[in-house]
Design a binder for this molecule. Structure first.
Ligand SMILES: C[S@@+](CC[C@H](N)C(=O)[O-])C[C@H]1O[C@@H](n2cnc3c(N)ncnc32)[C@H](O)[C@@H]1O
Length: 617
């Protein structure tokens, strides 16, 4: 007879009212207008946060997040007022007793971009007035800059450029000729981008990474000096004529258009700022990128600057909302960080946005049509504004470090938060491109990250995090709780977090997992990545040490046995088990003893042993 499936015993400790919330992994979708309105690293679905807020608070309560990022905790608080049916159903399904109604939120975010996003998205203007203004801007752009995106289709009819793939120029190590990366490594139908360079001139083969990129010196008219950059050429054009889409190689007429654009002056409004490179600089693909404008093609730089100029005809909230809309498309789609990738089974390359969490510029960057891209983005942002506008709950956003929170003692009912995860993401460095267009920047002094360029070690990170969590404890009411989401593949970062909340006078009461249904890029590609972010419920008084088995492999084995009985097969996946292991040790106030990669090796060995034993019987 099959064993009865039960939820994991080791994670059920919260009070009855809340146990369902922490008993099963909380699904957090990565779609919907609110989630997609503005890309921001490691953001969490506002609907998932709303469930935590609704379960932990009542109408009228005040919720705080000191690491607000793009403001999803504020959105979660606002959603509690009149939740979408899906959210009500989810609460009912989990059996959580909830009093829906307006809550208020206060958000702190040290970053200039994060606080701008949070403020605009949680306090949107009249969506109809915003949409009308954005449409007017697009119409003017179509009239005045539309010619820069015209191209003839393969039948000779006038169409519109959807996007153009550019290619790095390489120097063949064998025949010394200049070769396009596109010609040496890309094939279509089916689409593939080979890691092996095959010279189309002399057939020499070698790994792509070993081939030198060619550079070119040309006049940089913004800096009024010569600049040496990677040499790049447009290679393939994807267009549309009416509703019909098409693609073809670059022709002489496209090059004529580029020459015409070369004669267009760079608008004075383009920020002439150098990049304060930090941890993300790579000498290879960032060669020659010293200033903001080096991230753009000339065409998209001119068009983006002119779009920004047009927002100046509007005032206050509408102007901010228009800038929000333009910036939501900027770094990820308007720059040379936009890429094509080859997906198995696809005939053609797939165009995508910038890789999140890094400032990667591929050897095949993509130049997108900003006017049509922004038209699509307008629909998502319009929907998000309609969802939030007019709600009674308030969200106050402050650009402020949480190491020193400007709030009275005992003034907050509940905190939902996800602090920076060690050295994973240097937020201010990533956000610089958008901050340059906003004209305000992040003060990095108290940015809580591990960073070589900022000379912040894990000890510095832990100290700053402790300061912030002490402030959390101070502003919380006596019975207030903190739900903290965290992610790391290394024990030392987990232990820094643990020391930080212990020293701040907080203790874990229970733990669970937040299952972001589609992992963020860094989470799925980093070696030793963890699937599902552990969620910790922290209370004000540290609890006493519980007597537990401290042999890591005994604990791992016990959790594995429990996972086999759990209803969700995902529980048996190595990455999920590591999250459970981390939660187990934190719940029991013990140091996390192993890194994810060591745990995965043990898991693989055990799986093989179990398989062999099964085969023998
Ligand atoms: C993991 S992200 C939060 C993402 C957020 N939950 C969202 O949905 O977008 C962490 C945030 O903490 C911010 N941060 C880092 N140090 C800070 C500090 N000392 N005070 C306030 N915010 C800080 C970073 O700028 C970043 O936006």
């Amino acid at each position: 007879m099959a064993a009865k499936k039960t939820p994991l015993k080791s994670v059920i400790k919260a009070s009855d009212k809340l146990s369902a919330l922490y008993q099963n992994p909380m699904r957090a979708s990565r779609s919907g207008a609110l989630f997609s309105a503005f890309p921001y690293p490691t953001k969490i679905s506002p609907e998932a946060i709303a469930l935590f807020i609704a379960a932990h608070t009542k109408p009228g309560d005040t919720i705080f997040d000191g690491f607000a990022g793009s403001g999803t905790t504020g959105l979660g608080a606002l959603l509690c007022e009149d939740p979408p049916q899906k959210l009500r159903d989810e609460a009912e399904k989990l059996g959580i007793k909830v009093k829906w109604g307006a809550r208020n939120a206060i958000l702190n975010e040290v970053g200039a971009l994060g606080s701008f996003i949070s403020k605009t998205l949680t306090n949107p203007p009249d969506p109809n007035a915003f949409e009308q203004a954005a449409k007017d801007i697009l119409k003017t752009a179509e009239n005045e800059e539309g010619w820069m995106y015209r191209a003839l289709d393969p039948d000779g009819n006038e169409g519109v450029i959807r996007y153009i793939v550019w290619s790095d120029v390489l120097q063949c190590p064998n025949c010394r000729k200049k070769v396009l990366l596109w010609d040496a490594c890309v094939s279509l139908e089916p689409a593939s981008i080979s890691s092996v360079y095959t010279c189309p001139q002399c057939s020499f083969e070698t790994p792509q990474n070993d081939v030198k990129r060619a550079t070119q010196t040309s006049r940089d008219d913004l800096l009024d000096e010569d600049a040496k950059m990677r040499e790049r050429r447009p290679v393939y054009l994807y267009g549309a004529t009416g509703t019909k889409t098409w693609f073809r190689p670059i022709l002489a007429q496209d090059r004529t258009l580029l020459r015409k654009i070369k004669n267009e002056a760079i608008p004075d409004s383009v920020p002439n700022v150098s990049i304060p490179w930090g941890d993300l600089y790579r000498s290879g693909y960032h060669k020659g990128i010293t200033h903001l404008h080096h991230f753009y093609t000339r065409r998209n730089l001119i068009i983006f600057a002119r779009l920004c100029e047009r927002t100046k005809h509007y005032k206050g909230e509408i102007r901010d909302a228009l800038r929000f809309w333009l910036l939501s498309y900027n770094a990820s789609h308007a720059t040379n960080m936009t890429r094509v990738v080859a997906k198995s089974g696809q005939k053609n390359l797939v165009v995508t946005s910038a890789q999140p969490g890094v400032l990667y510029v591929s050897g095949l960057p993509v130049e997108k049509n900003l006017i049509s891209g922004l038209r699509r983005k307008l629909s998502t942002i319009g929907k998000a504004f309609h969802l939030i506008h007019g709600r009674k709950g308030t969200v106050e956003v402050r650009q402020q470090s949480s190491c020193n929170i400007d709030l009275p003692n005992g003034s907050i009912d509940y905190i939902f938060t996800d602090p920076p995860f060690g050295g994973n993401i240097p937020y201010a460095e990533i956000n610089f491109i958008n901050e340059a267009w906003l004209g305000c920047y992040t003060d990095r002094t108290e940015e809580i990250i591990v960073s070589n360029s900022q000379k912040k070690t894990l000890v510095d990170y832990q100290k700053l995090l402790t300061d912030a969590l002490k402030e959390y404890r101070r502003i919380l009411k006596r019975t207030g709780k903190v739900t903290l989401v965290f992610h790391s593949a290394t024990a030392e970062v987990w232990n820094a977090l643990q020391s930080a909340y212990k020293d701040a006078g907080l203790g874990v009461e229970t733990a669970s997992v937040l299952d972001k249904t589609q992992g963020s890029f860094k989470q799925v590609t980093t070696s030793g990545a963890v699937r599902g972010d552990p969620v910790l419920l922290l209370g004000k008084r540290p609890l006493g040490t519980t007597k537990v088995s401290t042999d890591v492999w005994d604990v791992a084995d016990k959790l594995w046995q429990e996972a086999i009985l759990a209803p969700d097969p995902e529980e048996q996946v190595a990455q999920r088990l590591y999250s459970r292991l981390v939660s187990y040790f934190l719940e029991n106030h013990q140091q996390v003893p192993v890194d994810a990669d060591v745990f995965y090796r043990w898991f693989t060995e055990q799986s093989i042993t179990k398989e062999l034993a099964g085969a023998k019987t």
